[in-house]
Design a protein around this ligand. Structure first.
Ligand code: CTP
Ligand code: MG
Length: 240
């Protein structure tokens, strides 16, 4: 595959129902900046990423204040009721406004601790084939399947299981078609790789990091703060 232009897409139109609170989780301040700003900064300074589009909720009133001058460096588009709809709106916008885009890199606004070396690995390995790739980590815990009364119904063999993260990298046109087809078929999508899988592609699993957590509930904030302080003290070359 040729390198082609890579455009980053940040879905940030969620309502954070599991997190709760009066400020949306993507706009909470952590280590002096809003969560979404941490997510944007890693991508903004990457030499292979040609532009960034952020998907915002229709009634969003916080983005510009939260990101400050960075707001002028990114495009914005309105999202939908589900993450898949938000991403689909973003993909259409990128195809129209940035027609030279070949690859799209999708990254959750709520994942502020992406190590730059993981991003490099994903870009290098994911672009080698049209199937693309995602960051993920092998599952470490023993997994149990719950029965109706929360009794253990089975132990799941975890040896081949990985937990998916973002960013996820795919060719723009293949992903757009795959997302449209999956939604037309009424499939529930929890990430973009699933749409590609339904369309017959086999995206690569590329080693992510325990640091790259998604903020889901308030308990995640302490962990994010700890990782952000640690990452900011690490030299750029450290991860294998
Ligand atoms: N997202 C989006 N549009 C939606 C739903 C989610 O752009 N309709 C974005 C979120 O803003 C977030 C990312 O997708 O950056 C991951 O979603 P998640 O962690 O589930 O966030 P929320 O949907 O906001 O949280 P919850 O599911 O608890 O409501
Ligand atoms: Mg959600």
């Amino acid at each position: 595959m040729s390198a082609g232009q890579i455009h980053a897409l940040i879905p940030a139109a969620g309502r954070g129902s599991r997190f709760g609170g009066s400020v949306l989780k993507q706009y909470l301040p952590v280590c002096g900046k809003a969560v979404i700003v941490h997510a944007l900064k890693v991508l903004q300074h990457h030499p292979l990423i040609s532009g960034i589009t952020v998907v915002l909720a229709e009634n969003d009133r916080w983005f510009e204040a939260a990101v400050g001058p960075l707001a002028t460096a990114v495009g914005t588009v309105t999202g939908g009721a589900t993450r898949a709809q938000s991403v689909t709106n973003g993909l259409r916008f990128i195809a129209q406004r940035h027609p030279a885009t070949e690859w799209v890199l999708i990254h959750d606004a709520a994942r502020p601790c992406l190590p730059p070396d993981c991003l490099d690995q994903l870009l290098e390995k994911g672009m080698r084939q049209t199937d693309g790739g995602i960051l993920a980590i092998p599952v470490g815990d023993t997994l149990k399947c719950a029965g109706q009364d929360q009794e253990i119904a089975a132990t799941v063999d975890r040896r081949e299981l990985w937990a998916a993260q973002t960013p996820q990298l795919f060719p723009l046109s293949e992903l757009s078609e795959a997302m449209d087809a999956a939604q037309q078929q009424g499939r529930e999508l929890t990430d973009e790789a699933s749409a590609m899988e339904f369309a017959g592609f086999r995206p690569r699993l590329i080693m992510g990091s325990a640091a790259n957590i998604k903020i889901t509930s308030p308990g995640d904030l302490d962990l994010v703060e700890a990782w952000l302080s640690r990452l900011s003290n690490l030299p750029r070359v450290q991860q294998a």
